[in-house]
Design a binder for this molecule. Structure first.
Ligand SMILES: [Zn+2]
Ligand SMILES: [Zn+2]
Length: 571
């Protein structure tokens, strides 16, 4: 199926090269493979292609497709090939690099390309294609080589599949959290003070506070205890944990008065110190420490991306210390927690991976088997499908990664449950067992939402900025039509504030339609429009983001409605 699609897309790249050659005979051809979502072809041409050229090339391609030319394979000698492509320096270079004396060439009509295939049988099989963009690309991707012009396109088996794909690209652009973050005034990142460091504006900070408040309550409800610690710790502890040896390049390390400190890249050592602060008995376990832990990691500038890849972020991080026989129950608890939390935030579809024991690892066979089985049976008991990556686990324990799928079916990394047999050793964590012996607890690292920054990015794109009422930074906007209703607007707003509803009033001297339009752009769930009529009747004219104009309602009726929606966390 995929192979088929690749052959179709690659065939389409030949057709594009043919069309470009017909229209711009001076171009030199480089290469044109199929890629993940389509294909490209690299051309060398003095003059740059213009965006409007794409439509012209598409038209020429349509002609070639209509001609229904067969793709024919030919094996020729290198010598013949060098003659055939004598005017194509990039092809000559490729031919000279090939081993053996035979070269395979594909032709359709008068066009020939150096190519191993496979191809579809005829240009007529290409039913649905689209050229997408033009970009610069170095020959072989090497900066000192000539800069070529790459034309990207895509091709699908049916017009419907192509349309869905194009629609999704448009939709993804509209949902880009960097763009919406700016439009909705949620956050900003300033390269001049440090790339990958996020500033939350009032509405973004509020959204984050709502998510955090919900999580804190849920953790307490599920038997976690909140802990907190400092942002900097002496390097010694990072030596004990092994981070100094293996993770140093990603850490911010500095010296003060001859003592070396590091900004924490992880929260685990702090939690282990708290565990170690007194003698633990088997009766104390499991212990579940939770922290909204702010960490800093030196990610490469090139990989930073909005809220998704940053250098400073907060994890909803917990470490569970338990007896080996409690592992399954604890892991099941975490999976339950993930499912319940994701549901509340509107995610119901997952992609789950289980990574098992690598060839080089620490810990006994018994503990590995126990932990891996515990992870598996927790997933099975929830009826969740998962993919196993054999041997892909960390050397110190197996793990589960859970990605949620958003409204466009795109997967986003969030939860992880990682078993750790290593750190309890390094930190010499113990408990006194029922027969009075010192034993090692098992430790689980786990996050539910993962990084708060990345989760906010996920939420913004999933909802395209139109958050459910309980999460909307502004839940209701009161719009007085004229100055005469300002006093009544104040009364309505203060009635809503009494119920902890987040409300704003727009008293600006602007046209009603303008204010409504702006409320819509800000994706505010409810607009309450107020004029003389509403003032007299003690009502508001309600405009809901979901259902549009819903006419006059009594204030109390609206208060009940929105309060229920908030309490039930309606999506
Ligand atoms: Zn080919
Ligand atoms: Zn940890």
């Amino acid at each position: 199926m995929t192979e088929n699609l690749d052959a179709l897309r690659h065939s389409c790249s030949h057709v594009m090269a043919d069309a470009v050659k017909r229209l711009f005979p001076d171009v030199k051809l480089a290469i044109g493979p199929a890629i993940e979502d389509g294909f490209y072809y690299d051309f060398d041409r003095e003059e740059p292609f213009k965006p409007e050229d794409l439509a012209v090339i598409e038209k020429e391609m349509a002609k070639i497709i209509k001609e229904g030319r067969d793709f024919l394979k030919e094996d020729i000698s290198k010598k013949e090939a060098l003659e055939l492509f004598a005017k194509e320096p990039y092809k000559v270079e490729l031919i000279n690099k090939l081993e053996g004396d035979q070269v395979s060439v594909y032709r359709h009509g008068g066009f020939a390309d150096l190519c191993k295939g496979p191809h579809v049988s005829s240009t007529g099989e290409i039913k649905a294609f689209k050229l997408l963009s033009i970009a610069g690309a170095y020959w072989h991707g090497i900066e000192t080589n000539p800069m070529l012009q790459r034309i990207y396109g895509t091709c699908f088996k049916t017009k419907e599949a192509l349309e869905t794909y194009l629609k999704n690209i448009e939709e993804a652009k509209k949902r880009d959290h960097r763009r919406l973050g700016k439009e909705l005034d949620l956050f900003s990142i300033h390269d001049e003070v440090g790339p990958g460091l996020v500033f939350y504006h009032p509405k973004g900070a509020l959204l984050r506070m709502l998510i955090e408040d919900y999580e804190k309550k849920e953790h307490l409800r599920r038997g976690y205890q909140m802990v907190m610690g400092p942002h900097i710790l002496k390097s010694d502890i990072w030596m004990t944990s092994g981070h100094y040896e293996y993770y140093k390049d990603n850490m911010y390390i500095f010296k003060v008065e001859n003592e070396e400190y590091a900004i924490k890249p992880m929260n685990c050592p702090g939690h282990m110190l708290i565990y170690k602060s007194k003698m633990r008995s088997y009766r104390d376990l499991p212990l579940r420490y939770f922290e909204l832990g702010n960490v800093h990691r030196r990610e490469k500038t090139g990989v930073l991306h909005g809220l998704l890849r940053v250098r400073g972020f907060t994890q909803d991080d917990a470490h569970i210390f338990c007896l080996p026989e409690q592992l399954e129950q604890e892991i099941t608890g975490v999976i339950d927690f993930v499912i319940d939390t994701m549901k509340v935030f509107g995610f119901n579809d997952y992609k789950i991976g289980l990574s098992t024991r690598p060839p080089k690892s620490i810990g006994t066979d018994e503990i590995w088997e126990r932990a891996t089985n515990a992870l598996k049976s927790a997933l099975k008991s929830k009826g969740m499908n998962y993919e196993v990556s054999e041997g892909e686990g960390a050397f110190y324990g197996p793990k589960i990664d859970i990605m949620v799928k958003d409204a466009l079916s795109r997967p986003w990394q969030c939860a992880t449950v990682q078993c750790d047999f290593f750190l309890p050793e390094r930190f010499d964590l113990t408990y006194i067992s029922s027969d009075g012996k010192k034993e090692r607890p098992v430790m689980l690292h786990r996050v539910i939402l993962g990084s708060m920054e990345r989760f906010m990015g996920t939420l913004i794109e999933h909802y395209a900025g139109a958050f459910p009422v309980w999460l909307a930074p502004v839940q209701a906007l009161v719009i007085p039509i004229t100055d005469r209703s300002h006093d009544y607007a104040d009364i309505v707003a203060s009635r809503l504030r009494d119920e902890d509803i987040r409300v704003e009033i727009d008293k600006r001297n602007e046209k009603l339609q303008y204010k409504i339009r702006e409320g819509e752009m800000n994706k505010i769930p409810y607009m309450l429009i107020i004029g003389d009529k509403e003032k007299e009747a003690g009502t508001v004219s309600l405009r809901a983001r979901k259902s549009g104009d819903t006419g006059a309602v009594k204030i109390e009726e609206f208060v009940d409605r929105i309060k229920n929606e908030i309490t039930d966390k309606v999506i």
